[in-house]
Each structure stands twice: as C-alpha cells, then as structure tokens.
Design a protein around this ligand. Structure first.
Ligand SMILES: Nc1ncnc2c1ncn2[C@@H]1O[C@H](COP(=O)(O)OP(=O)(O)OP(=O)(O)O)[C@@H](O)[C@H]1O
Ligand SMILES: [Zn+2]
Length: 723
C-alpha cells in the first residue's frame, strides 16, 4: 500500500509544518490526531505547504481523522497565513490561536443539531384563547420555522410553551432553515447619518475602507444597524468587532431588538468552551447573520461575509499582548479586503494611524458632526487650575459645588479617575518607604475594604502593614486618591447623595453590570465614581456633569502614545454628558490648564489636536510616520535579557538602508511579575523592507535563543502599542 505524505500544522513554537503519513490524501483544513514526541496532538492539514524534511523511515502515521465537522475553511487558513507572516509568528501557533479551544484539543468534535420549530396541522387548528396574549404571540410566531432562541425573544414563556406543544404534538421540530429577516424600530436618520449610510451602501460589492468619524452621541450605532439591515437583506453575514468594555448586555439587546429573527452570535473570552464553539460554528456554517465580539471574533469564519464593522477602532484592547500579537482592527481590514466587502471603522476619537490613512485617501472619511438626539449638544468644558485651589480630599471647591447643584436638580454626575483601589500607594513619612511590588517596577495599591495591598500588574497581594516595614514608624499613610477613597470622601461631603462606584473591582461579574445599568436607568443613582470603564459607549440620559480628576499624569509620559490615549479618553468621558437634552458640563482639575491637549478638549477640537500630534510624530519619525517591530527579551535577571540582545545585535550585521535599531533598552516597565525586560526597537519608513529583513533574521534569532541562558524568553511585537 502506498501512503501519502501529509503536511500538518501543530500548536508548537516551530516555524515549519510537520510531515505525517496517511493512506490517502486529506483536504486542507482537516483536523487530525497525530503523535508528537510523547504526546498526542490535534493537527490541521495544509496542502499548500511543504513540510520540514523527515527521513522516510521516521515518518509516523496520522492516528485519526476528525471528520464529524467539515474541514476548516480555506479562507481561515489564508487569514492565518497572512497573520503569521505579518506578525512574524509560527504559523502553527497562529492557526491554533484562531480556533476555539474545543477545536484545538486532540478529540473529535460534534455539534448539537440545531433545529427549528413549527406548528403541526393539529397545532394550526388549535389557536390559544385570545385572552392569553403570551400564548397567542408564541403560536403566531410558530407559523414559520423558528429557532428556540428567537422564540424566546418573542416571549419569555417560550420554553414551557415549546415543551408542552412538542409533547401534545401541536409543535414539531423541523430541519434548521434561515429565518426571514425582520427589522424593527429603525430611526429616521439625520442628513449626515444618511450620507454615511448611502456612501457605504453604494459599495457593498467591493472592498472599500471607511472611517466613520462621529462625535460622541452622534448616532454611529444607528448607522451600523441600518447598514447591517441592508447586508442581511442580501442574505449575507456581518462581522462587528468591539472593545471588551463595550460588549454590554445593553448593546446586544439593541441588536437583538432591531433584528428579532436573526441569529446573533456574541463571542468573547469569557464564554464557556461549548458556547464559543457553537457560536463559531454558527458563523462558519452560515447560520448566524451577525457575529459581534471582542478581538478574537475577527477569526470567525463567515462564508457569506458582506460587511465588517470595527467600533471604537482606536481602542487599545484590539491588540493582543501575548502569543500572536495581532491587532484585530488591522486583521478586520485585511478580512474585508480578502472577502471583497466594505469595512467601516467607527470612532469619535480615531487612532492617529487611521487619521493618517483618511488623510492620504486610503480610507474614505464620513463625518457625523452633530449629536443625534434632538436637542443634545456637546458639553461645556471648564478647566480648574488646582495650583490656585485648596483641595479637600482631592476635590476643589467648585467641583463640590457643581456636584451639589447637580444633585439638587436631581441629575446624574460622573466623577472620573483612572485609578481603582483606595489609594495608589502607601508611604512612610519618616523614612520614605513606599509600598513597592516585589515582582514589578510598580507600587502596590491600597485596597482598604479588602484590607490588602495589591499589585495591579501581577496580581500579588499582601496584608496592609501596621507599621513601616523599613523603619517601624507606625504612621504609614495612603498617598493620593483612587476610586474607593473618592467614593468615601464624596459620601462624607454629600451625605444625601446615592453614590455608585464602577471599576474592575465592583463589576467583576456580568450580573453586576446589569444591576448597575438598571439602577442608573431607574434613577436610583446620583453620582457615579469610576475608571475608564465608564468612559466608553454608555448612554445615560440624565448625566449632566462629568468631573475629571488625576489626568495630568498622561501629559508628560515617556510613552509617545500617552497623549493620544489621554486625549481620546477625556473626549470620550466628556462625551457621556448631555446626551439627551439636558445640557452637559465637564470640569477638569489640572495643574496644566494651558496645555494644548486641555485647550483642544475645551474646544472639542479633535481634528486640530490630532493634526498637531500627527505632525509631532512625523517630525520625530514615530508611527504612523514610521513602522516598528520590538524584539523583547525577558529573564529573571535583567542582565540575561540584555545579554541575549547584545549578543544578537552584532551578528545581525549591517542593517539595510532605511532601517534603524535602538537599544537594547529597558522596557518602560522593566520588571513585571518577577521577570525583567529588555528590548530592541527596529524601525523603518518602509513596512515591507522592515518585515522582510526581520523575517530573514528569524533563523539566527532562534539559533541564538537556544544558546541563551535557561529561562530567557523572547518575542517579536509587530506594530507594538506598549513600549
Ligand atoms: N437619527 C436619530 N434620531 C434620533 N435619535 C437618534 C438618531 N440616531 C441615534 N439616536 C439616538 O442618539 C443616541 C446616541 O446614539 P448612538 O448610541 O448610536 O451614538 P454613538 O455615536 O454610537 O455614541 P458613542 O460613540 O458616544 O457611544 C441614542 O440614544 C440613539 O438612540
Ligand atoms: Zn506586581
């Protein structure tokens, strides 16, 4: 019997594919079981590559072909091929990053049969009594084949009704079929929204990248929804990628209410394996009309893809910070290109990368310059110079006054401080000791209610010391404010106010978020105190005052992106005020009121400040004017990480023209979770030149890494966001 050599990708940190034997050829994308060393692994067949050479007598057979599901689609393999090449990452690992956990494991995967339900002839002849409106609505909906989930949206009693109907023979399960599109509750668009909609809708048949630059509250989401309706009407699918924080039940609800019959798959990292697999497969098998999710959703196969949307495209959470360090926005644009469909990048504060692309005409820019809600206008921004103010518990008198007035009018206030915990550091006034983390170059944050010091970088916890660990002084004091301390101070100053704190500590569960939303919308809250979790996407109608504290730190940071991030964050959080007719006001406490960033914030001048920042980047030769790749090394001791880079550097030889390297230098945060980090920054004006040259150096880097001290690790970060 002659056997065929099959190329198989495995989830291992090696660049090549592996060769195995099978009795007959297998399709690309086929999942298989193979033995690798002493383990059995899941592999994926790829006939487009030549495997690394193996002596014929050493070839091992494929142990099992997992064929309960069809082979993974070619479009996914292509996307992974691109991602691996672009991000200089081993392709096997890139492929397994793209798969839901269940498909990475060395076992067969079966999908539960997805059925629809419909009335039988017997059921049709027996309408429920007219007084039972729930049953009548369900009975009506069951005239057409409908999925359980969609039926549940018709009425909460769906499951019980279905169970009874199946038992009595009034209802039968029928093979799954795509439901007819239903669209409900579309708003009449304003002129700018209409222009934006028309521009994209006119390009549904080709790749066309758009920037939808709409100020906060300008109705971007409404434009997305109406575009999605057009695409669904063509029987095609839509991919919507959004930041982690914005994936709220409220948003999903908004989509579900608009498209009550459509299967909407929601994908994020907190799903159980089974749920994620089912959602992923529903996209892949064409059953889902809409896939909406965080960055990992960008890998969901969608055979009928008709439109890609990236909301809040500037958001840093789109960049994966370990393994395959991909940027979901950039991969989303690539996907739209590969599928030859339009992609819409929406934001009130687009990234400078995207601004630059709009400037050169690579992306077409669509503008929403007005708030959508009838009488809503942008808030007035006041800058409070705290060099001339006495602060009480971190708050200037005009801020407390404004909070009092807002409370008296029974409107909602938001106090924004981007620091959770009680206080960012505990310090000894006698010897200068501070609560440093043993594992990171960072301070441990005081969490008073939990009676702990916590490191927000590595998660280390300690008891709060009763006296200074260094000199024994019993007077150790919290320095500065975090959300918890602010909450306590506000409660003392405004005892009658109902205050709600929102940060990662108070919202760890989805249920907590739901409860918060309900309380705010029911008017049970007067003041929200919170971190950046509050800055984005939320639409609280009664919110009329936003107070910003402690934002000066971002003005003069060593990270060249800090200003861009701060500006976006402040515009976003300011944008929460005055969204529904109540005039809004923003107060910023700062020591630098004359700083151009605050001046631009006051004028709501995104374009002007973005142009200035872009100009600075061009002069300094920073992205987006240049392209970067970081080579990071980390080890328990800094010297070992640095040694590796220092050994490598001379062996790389002379760099080609136009390519520069800086370093080795310590990372901005040198020590993290007990490891110290050094890096080389490669930079060039030409992206292909930079990537191609680095790709050619990979064998050398890998060879030297094998000789480095044990425990040294290295990685490449293409288009890094963190320095
Ligand atoms: N054409 C319209 N007519 C009336 N109201 C509208 C219209 N479009 C949107 N709205 C309303 O305006 C508010 C803001 O809209 P939406 O949430 O879509 O804005 P957005 O631009 O996505 O906001 P942000 O970026 O600030 O989160 C919502 O309450 C929405 O229902
Ligand atoms: Zn730490």
């Amino acid at each position: 019997m002659t056997a065929t050599v099959i190329s198989v990708w495995l989830d291992v940190p090696l660049r090549g594919a592996f060769a195995y034997l099978h009795s007959q050829p297998l399709a690309s994308g086929q999942r298989v079981l193979v033995s690798f060393g002493s383990r059995e692994l899941c592999g994926v067949v790829d006939n487009s590559v030549t495997p690394d050479a193996v002596a014929p007598n050493k070839l091992k057979p494929i142990l099992q072909v997992f064929d309960a599901l069809p082979p993974l689609p070619e479009a996914l393999l292509q996307q992974v091929r691109f991602a691996a090449r672009y991000y200089l990452h081993p392709q096997g690992q890139a492929l397994f990053t793209a798969l839901p956990t269940s498909l990475r494991e060395p076992r067969e995967v079966r999908l539960p049969d997805r059925a629809c339900y419909q009335l039988t002839a017997q059921g049709l002849g027996q309408p429920p009594a007219a007084r039972s409106s729930a049953k009548l609505a369900l009975w009506q909906a069951l005239h057409e084949p409908i999925e359980r989930e969609a039926l549940r949206r018709v009425h909460a009693q769906a499951s019980a009704y279905l169970k009874a109907g199946l038992a009595s023979g009034d209802i039968a399960a029928v093979p799954w079929q795509a439901p007819a599109l239903q669209v409900s509750g579309e708003l009449a668009l304003n002129a700018e929204q209409q222009l934006a909609l028309d521009a994209v809708a006119a390009n549904l048949e080709c790749f066309a990248p758009f920037l939808l630059h709409g100020i906060t509250g300008s109705g971007k989401t409404e434009v997305y929804l109406q575009l999605i309706a057009r695409v669904l009407a063509q029987g095609r699918q839509v991919l919507v990628v959004i930041p982690e924080i914005n994936l709220t039940p409220q948003l999903i609800d908004r989509f579900a209410r608009r498209f009550p019959a459509t299967r909407i798959v929601c994908l994020h990292s907190n799903l159980a394996d089974g749920e994620r697999l089912e959602g992923w497969c529903d996209g892949w098998l064409g059953r889902a009309g809409i896939v909406i999710g965080t960055r990992l959703a960008v890998f969901t196969p969608l055979p009928q893809l008709g439109l890609v949307i990236v909301d809040e495209e500037h958001d840093g959470s789109f960049k994966q910070q370990d393994g395959l360090r991909y940027h979901a926005r950039d991969l989303a644009v690539w996907r739209a290109h590969a599928a030859n469909v339009p992609v819409l990048l929406g934001s009130a504060t687009p990234s400078l990368e995207t601004v630059a692309n709009a400037e050169t005409g690579r992306y077409r820019k669509l503008v929403l310059s007005q708030r959508a809600h009838g009488s809503a206008t942008l808030p007035q921004v006041g800058l409070l110079d705290i060099r001339r103010q006495k602060l009480a518990e971190g708050l200037a008198a005009p801020v407390v006054e404004a909070l009092q007035q807002t409370l008296a009018r029974r409107e909602l206030s938001l106090v924004f401080i981007n620091r959770r915990g009680y206080s960012p550091v505990l310090a000894c006034s006698a010897c200068g000791w501070t609560s440093a983390c043993k594992h990171c170059s960072a301070r441990m944050v005081l969490h008073l209610s939990a009676r702990q010091l916590r490191c927000h970088h590595c998660g280390a916890c300690e008891r709060i010391p009763l006296q200074c660990p260094s000199c024994g002084n019993p007077d150790v004091q919290p320095l500065g404010e975090g959300t918890q301390r602010l909450e306590a101070a506000l409660q003392r100053m405004l005892p009658e106010a109902r205050i709600l704190r929102i940060d990662r500590d108070s919202t760890s569960s989805k249920a907590a978020w739901d409860a918060i939303y309900q309380r705010v919308h029911a008017g049970e809250v007067d003041i929200l105190v919170g971190t950046q979790m509050l800055a984005k996407g939320h639409d609280f109608g009664a919110l009329s005052l936003v107070v910003v504290l402690g934002s000066d730190g971002g003005l003069y940071s060593a990270d060249f992106r800090a200003g861009e991030r701060l500006f976006a964050q402040l515009l976003q959080v300011s944008g929460r005020a005055g969204r529904a007719g109540v005039p809004g006001r923003v107060l910023v406490q700062t020591q630098w009121p004359e700083h151009p960033l605050y001046q631009a914030l006051q004028q709501h001048d995104f374009d002007g400040y973005a142009a200035a920042m872009l100009q600075e980047r061009r002069e300094a030769g920073f992205p987006p004017a240049a392209f970067q790749v970081l080579l990071r090394a980390d080890a328990p001791a800094y010297a070992d990480a640095e040694d590796f880079l220092n050994t490598l550097l001379p062996q790389l030889g002379e760099l080609p023209d136009g390519l520069n390297v800086f370093g080795p230098a310590p990372a901005l945060m040198v020590r993290l979770a007990g490891r110290e980090r050094a890096q080389l920054t490669f930079e060039a004006a030409s992206r292909p030149a930079l990537h191609n040259w680095l790709r050619a150096q990979l064998p050398l880097i890998e060879q030297l890494a094998r000789k480095a001290v044990r425990g040294m690790r290295w990685s490449l970060d293409v288009d890094p966001l963190e320095m």
